[in-house]
Each structure stands twice: as structure tokens, then as C-alpha cells.
Design a protein around this ligand. Structure first.
Ligand SMILES: Nc1ncnc2c1ncn2[C@@H]1O[C@H](COP(=O)(O)OP(=O)(O)OP(=O)(O)O)[C@@H](O)[C@H]1O
Ligand SMILES: [Mg+2]
Length: 229
């Protein structure tokens, strides 16, 4: 099977004044096309830092990252942003919707960079929201939606450009148990349809729904194993 993510010897050091904080200390792993993985580990172990690098939101201090066969190490910021828009959808714990925009407008945002007309953007965003069961909430602003509905808007936004890779950092962290199950069911279905997904979570029941768990501890991967599905 083709490899989606190939990461070798990745380190990340933050500079805080005089202080160097070494957060990732040599990360190696790969994710195949179509995989469904969970990244677990204690608070501060470097999960979000790693996700930001995988998502092309940040760069490693050293090491190599090959995404779908393309070496990202040598790309400039614009090229990296293009890759991000083309390949990656993000889902965050706090939804990260723009409060002044409606659900429809939030979902239309990622298509600003794609070369599509406003009519097409409205059509695609409407369709993405319909798939999330939100056809009657298109014109609601985030504060007029429940947490679960807001996360479904965020997932619609993540999916509207048909990304090959979806990265979710604690997608159920701000949701109650029932809503959390609904969101995981949506992500699981998405994976069944072929999208590669990586989820950061503290919740073992969330992780158990994926097919492989990567455990991080203090900036390194200590364990990665299939969970028999
Ligand atoms: N921009 C930054 N500048 C300096 N230090 C940072 C920065 N971002 C993260 N860190 C530090 O890196 C370490 C790892 O942070 P990270 O957010 O990756 O952890 P995490 O595993 O996602 O934790 P949590 O489970 O709490 O979300 C922490 O000690 C944090 O303080
Ligand atoms: Mg985090």
C-alpha cells in the first residue's frame, strides 16, 4: 500500500529567550494510505506539536517529512500552504469556527484558495453540511449551535476540499459522551470511504475505534501497535 506520511528523525526545538525547549526528540513513523490512527500520550508529550508539523502548520527543526511521495523539507511557505490546502483537513477541540460567519460561510472558507466560483462554493458547502445532517442550520452562527453541531460544521469545513488526510486534535475533547460517539461515527465512516485519518486523543474509548495507536512520551514515540480490527 502507498505511504501517506513518512516521518524520519523529526525534532522540534522552541526558543524561549535564552532557553531552548526540546519538544520532539527524533520521531520516526509512517502512516499508510487509508489508515486510521490515534496518537495518545500525556499532556505536554508533544502530540499537538507533531500534528502541526504533519499538517504543514509548522516546520520541524530537523528531520524529514514525505507526504504522499513529496518531500516537504525543501518547500517554501507558499508551496507548503498549497500542499496544506490540497491534502489536509483539520478538526480541532475548540472547533475554531469564525464567530461572525454562518455555518455555510465557515464551510466555504477553505475553498477561497481553490479556484471555484461563488456559486460552486455555495453548492459544495451546502452539500458538505447536508452530509453532516445540518441542512437546516446553514445560516446559523456558531453561538446558535450546540457543541456537537459546531464540531459537525468544523468537520464539513475540513472535508469540503476532499482532503486525502484528516487530522483531528482532540476532536471530542469538548463534547459529552453521546455527542462524542456521533462525531467518532462520522470520522469512522469517512475512513471507511478511504480518507486517511490521524486523531489525537486522551480518551481510550476514542482511540479504540481507530485501527492503530501511537503512544508518545516526552517527545518520542514509545509504542505503536495495531488493535486488532
Ligand atoms: N510555541 C511554543 N513555544 C514554546 N514551547 C512550546 C510551544 N508549543 C508547545 N510548546 C511546549 O511543547 C511541549 C509539548 O506541547 P504540545 O502542545 O505538543 O503537547 P500535547 O502533547 O499536545 O499536550 P496536551 O495533551 O496538553 O494538548 C509543552 O511543554 C509545551 O509547553
Ligand atoms: Mg495538544
Amino acid at each position: 500500500m502507498a505511504i501517506m506520511i513518512a516521518i524520519a528523525g523529526i525534532t522540534k526545538t522552541f526558543h524561549l529567550g535564552e532557553l531552548d525547549v526540546s519538544v520532539l526528540k527524533g520521531i520516526n513513523f509512517s502512516v499508510e494510505n487509508g489508515e486510521y490512527v490515534a496518537i495518545m500520550g500525556a499532556s505536554g508529550s508533544g502530540k499537538s506539536t507533531l500534528m502541526n508539523i504533519i499538517g504543514c502548520l509548522d516546520r520541524p527543526t530537523s528531520g524529514s517529512y514525505i507526504l504522499d511521495g513529496r518531500d516537504l523539507t525543501t518547500l517554501d511557505d507558499d508551496e507548503l500552504a498549497d500542499i496544506r490546502n490540497q491534502y489536509i483537513g483539520f478538526v480541532f477541540q475548540q472547533f475554531n469556527l469564525l464567530p461572525r460567519l454562518t455555518a455555510l460561510e465557515n464551510v466555504m472558507l477553505p475553498m477561497i484558495y481553490a479556484d471555484v466560483s461563488r456559486t460552486e462554493r455555495i453548492e459544495s458547502a451546502t452539500e458538505a453540511l447536508e452530509k453532516m445532517g445540518l441542512s437546516d442550520r446553514l445560516n446559523n452562527r456558531p453561538n446558535q449551535l450546540s457543541g456537537g453541531q459546531q464540531q459537525r460544521v468544523a468537520i464539513a469545513r475540513a472535508l469540503v476540499n476532499n482532503p486525502a488526510l484528516v487530522l483531528a486534535d482532540e476532536p471530542t475533547g469538548a463534547l459529552d459522551t453521546t455527542t462524542s460517539h456521533e462525531i467518532m461515527a462520522l470520522l469512522t465512516k469517512l475512513n471507511q470511504n478511504g480518507t486517511t485519518i490521524a486523531i489525537v486523543t486522551h480518551d481510550p474509548t476514542v482511540a479504540a475505534q481507530t485501527k492503530r495507536i501511537i503512544n508518545m512520551q516526552d517527545g518520542v514515540i514509545v509504542e505503536t501497535g495495531k488493535i486488532g480490527k
